[in-house]
Each structure stands twice: as C-alpha cells, then as structure tokens.
Design a protein around this ligand. Sequence first.
Ligand SMILES: Cc1cc2nc3c(=O)[nH]c(=O)nc-3n(C[C@H](O)[C@H](O)[C@H](O)COP(=O)(O)O)c2cc1C
Length: 370
Amino acid sequence: MANQTQVGGPISPLLTPYKLGNFNLSHRVVLAPMGRQRSYGHVPQPHAILYYSQRTSNGGLLITEATGVSDTAQGYTDTPGIWTKEQVEAWKPIVDAVHAKGGIFFCQILHVGRVSNTGFQPNGQAPISSTEKLIPLNGIDVSEFTPPRRLRTDEIPQIVNDFKLAARNAMEAGFDGVEIHGAHGYLIDQFTKDQVNDRADQYGGSMENRCRFVLEVVEAVANEIGADKVGIRLSPFANYMESGDSDPEALGLYLANSLNKYGIVYCHMVEPRMKTIGEKSECPHSLVPMRKAFNGTFIAAGGYDMEEGNNGVADGHADLIAYGRIFLANPDLPKRFELNAPLNKYNRETFYASEPLIGYTDYPFLETTP
Ligand SMILES: Cc1cc2nc3c(=O)[nH]c(=O)nc-3n(C[C@H](O)[C@H](O)[C@H](O)COP(=O)(O)O)c2cc1C
C-alpha cells in the first residue's frame, strides 16, 4: 500500500484507518496482551481502569492481559480471570472506561494447562494438559511447575466449554470480542505442538489431530458470541515453556488455512524471531505464508518499532501491528508515532510487580504544548 497523502504531509501507514470486521479502527497500533499480575486473588482491580484507559485512543484496538477461563486455568499470581460473577463485575468499569474514550477492547482468554502447579489448582489437584510431561525447569521462568495430568478424551469437551463460557462472560462484561490465547506454550499450544503432545487419541499424533482441540475451541466460541467477535493468538515458531514444534511453518499454515472455515475476525501471530521471552533473534522464517493463507485480518507482533511497523503495514506483511513493551511504557504510543516523538524506556523490573501503580500507571505522557 502506498503512503497516503493529505494536506500537511504524508500519513504513515500505521496511522491510516482500518476496518476490522464491524469495527472501524482509526489507526493500526494495537495494544498487545500483557499480563501485569496486579489482579489480586484473580479479580481485576480498580487501578486497571486507569491503566487501560491511559492506553486508549479513539478508534484504537486494545487486547487485555491473559485472563483465565476457569479455576483450573491459572498458573501465575494475581492474573485476572473471567469465570466468576465477581470477576465479570470487576471487568465492567474497566471496559466502560476504554469505551468512554472510543477504544475497541478484546479480552484475551487463557488456559495455562501445565504451566501451573498444585498451589494454583482447586483442591491442590494436578494441573491439566495434553500430556503428563513436566516442563523442564530452565532457570528462566519464575514459576515452579508440578507434573501435569493428561486430560482424558471424554474430559476435553468440558475444557472447550470453559472457553465458551468465558467468552460469554466477556460479552457480559461489555467487551467487544475475545482473543483466544493459543500461543506461548499454554494449554492450546500444548495440544498443537508435537514436542509436547504425546497423545494416542484423536487429539494427538497427526497435525490434524493436534489441531482438533484449538479448532473445537474456536468453533464453540464463535458459535457462542459470533465469529465477528473472535480473534486468536498463535505462536507456531516459539518454544516458550518447552513447546516447540518440529515443523512450525507447516503447523502455522495448517492453522491459518483451517481457521478460514470459521470466519473469525482476526489471526494474531507472534513473529518467528521472538523465540525467547523478550529477545529478538534473527531467523529465516516469516509469517508471510500464514498471512497470505488467512482470509481475515492479520495482526503481527513481536519486536516492532515504529519504522518496522510502518513498513510491515505498507508492504502487506500485516494489517495491524501489536505493540507490547513500548506500549506498556508509552501510554500515548499512537500519538508519539504521529509526532515522531521520543519514547519512554520500559523498566523490566516492574513488568510483573504486585505494587499497583509503579511501572503501571506512572509512565509519563508527552508534555502537550498549551
Ligand atoms: C509484561 C509482559 C506480559 C505479557 N503477557 C502476555 C499475555 O498475557 N499474553 C500474551 O499473549 N502475550 C503476552 N506477552 C507478550 C506480548 O504480547 C508481546 O508479544 C511481546 O512483548 C513481544 O512484543 P514487543 O516486542 O512489542 O514487546 C507479554 C509481554 C510482556 C512484556
């Protein structure tokens, strides 16, 4: 797409409007989902009202931090959920604040699967997964894991149902849609990736079988709230939490093609270069084949700066670009891109602090001239 021009100069591609299904976006700078671990007892807190509304622009798309679908879905301290009435009620003022500023707000719904331990599980039971294989402790992740229990085939519909109910709850809370978290080594990824999935039933073995679970979740959620309100996040190339695949390109392509059947509004993929958390490494793979295969909106994320985002939109690599760390540290990121203004630096130390405000709602906005 060529740069559009208007009186006063060229508009950068990231700042052009875009129609995301039924939603009219005024620009293409998306807030990436980011867990901030400040939802005490898995209940969203009032300080999230300010956090999300600070990052809202009129016509901007925001995706929430990963939000648990059920009481077996959690694996981190103080991450929010959306399976109880209390949680749904607590989300409402947060969603209202984003809407009041004209934002479009999707809730990322998650089940962590084996990225958990008995302490997070009801009655101290084992975390559930596609497998019984424990995540090897690699010194990077702060959580400690306990051996998972492989879901029986007849239990899988219940987990699919948990995603469906969470999506229904998200709509009840006022969200515009949900993003199914199928990335980063969590439950869905534990089914799709052959490094983890060692099942012998119809949910394991071939790529088609390994993708059965995620596609059942997509279908159930789309039937429940409407495909126009459903997105998905995938990271076929990543191997967080020991969830690599022997043929990520074929897996990503298979998923992108299969998703077309359900007509969901977007597919959000993490760049292959984001193999480890927060580190960019050059790699020969590309999302282009998946982008070409998927019929809906394509969002790319992972290590983008302004220039790369503009190039990515201009050359058709993606329709929208999701920004994580620099949006966390720059609540007015789209405005800064518009003015080509300098960015605040993010402070990794406070990414997951339980202190509500430090490193959360205290990053400065641009000084505006009177
Ligand atoms: C503090 C923090 C929390 C994150 N939490 C989530 C999450 O809840 N769900 C998710 O899909 N990705 C999560 N991510 C990954 C980001 O969405 C994003 O893909 C990653 O930071 C790379 O993009 P960036 O280079 O723009 O930061 C998180 C990243 C950070 C830094």
